[in-house]
Design a protein around this ligand. Sequence first.
Ligand SMILES: Cc1cc2nc3c(=O)[nH]c(=O)nc-3n(C[C@H](O)[C@H](O)[C@H](O)COP(=O)(O)OP(=O)(O)OC[C@H]3O[C@@H](n4cnc5c(N)ncnc54)[C@H](O)[C@@H]3O)c2cc1C
Length: 436
Amino acid sequence: MDSSEHPVARFGLDPARAAWAEEVRAIARERLRPLATEMFDDPGAKARAGTGASPGTGAEGGAEARAGAGTGGSGGLAVTSTMAPSAPSAPSVPARAPGRVNRALLAGLADAGLIARALPAGRPPSALDLCVLRESLARECTEAETALALQGLGAHPLLHAPAIAARWLPEVAAGRAVAAFALSEEAAGSDAGALRLAAEPDGPGRWRLTGEKCWISNAPEADVYTVFARTRPGAGARGVTAFAVPADRPGLSGEPLDMLSPHPIGRLDFDGVPVGTDDLLGEEAHGFRVAMGTLDLFRPSVGAFAVGMAQAALDAAVAHAGERTAFGGPLKDLQAVSHPLAETATRVEAARLLVYAAAAAYDAGAPDVTARAAMAKLYATETAQFAVDTAVQIHGARALRRGHLLEHLYREVRAPRIYEGASEVQRTIIARELYR
Ligand SMILES: Cc1cc2nc3c(=O)[nH]c(=O)nc-3n(C[C@H](O)[C@H](O)[C@H](O)COP(=O)(O)OP(=O)(O)OC[C@H]3O[C@@H](n4cnc5c(N)ncnc54)[C@H](O)[C@@H]3O)c2cc1C
């Protein structure tokens, strides 16, 4: 690629990708957010939602009106509806019961062609495309962002086995099958090479999986799991093998976990689950490479998710500080408010540049991609935490009301500093690369 066309050299996205980012944001706002915030099986949520506001238009209806009051009480003081005039964006009242995969949202993502862009047929996606998708979706609808990212994370390892990829990828891209990536265990999180799920020999080319996996996004509702198991006891990371395990395999069960993060997460129990060479993703004992290769691709895009959330929080804080008056003027005229806004804007821009530089480096096969990806994930996820916390502070009490955009982002923003390599692990990687 001519360096003048290089997205990083130009310090911005090329015009086609920039236009596409806007298109994805519009799809997320207009088509996906209603699917994420529609309430299907929670009548209580309907009551909490109040009336009069169409989904996806928070500024008209008011985040707080839909999230809280609006129904009269039968004793004590009458309960009145309160509006949030400066609500910047729709609230994220949860769709369905917590812990359930929102298949309508997945179908919406597929109809818009977005999952296919994250999982192009027969080849790995561009890291830059993945970042554009994840940042654009996160700015408008984190539920859609995470649903898409998990399809990619769960299904990307399937590319290591053409027959398995041919069986599952079209279904995953169409939103008809749900994928999940099952690496972590209670005793092996950051230290994933110490995983214990046992793949015990059960005849030539056959194994039985026995053990557990924990904190697996989309479990136990996924249709296909990428499962990392130990075929060689005592061999550390070199004894790990990756398998594709369909949900209907005998001996596989699981349960949802009630976590702070809004998306579905669960644990999996393997009671002698049969697998064979037909289920292998890559070669036996090469599974850790499959896992790390997938995480290398996805790491910058976790940063893009964080940048999207940080930008949404910043936009909300800028709007609120411009409108809200106290002590005779808008909040923005108080330096104690404007300086944190300036600091946030600067950090968000720096995070975005790190993220897109890392993604471009990945796509170009650059030798320093490991350090760049770690820096991008570290800086962007820490920045998002700072941005959301700052925006909450500037909003005051209203931000903490259930259903407010910032209340939702406050729950969303915490986990990315832990999963796919905690911030401390990223620092360890960066430091190691300095001495390589
Ligand atoms: C919302 C959510 C979704 C998840 N989804 C998935 C999923 O889909 N699939 C999956 O496989 N896993 C998933 N996980 C699990 C996640 O990958 C692990 O939580 C993560 O790897 C950290 O492991 P741990 O929680 O056991 O923390 P530990 O490994 O116990 O680490 C705890 C803390 O110790 C410190 N620490 C640990 N190791 C080091 C080190 N080498 N250097 C410096 N400090 C260190 C860090 O501060 C770290 O946060 C998810 C987790 C969450 C919260």
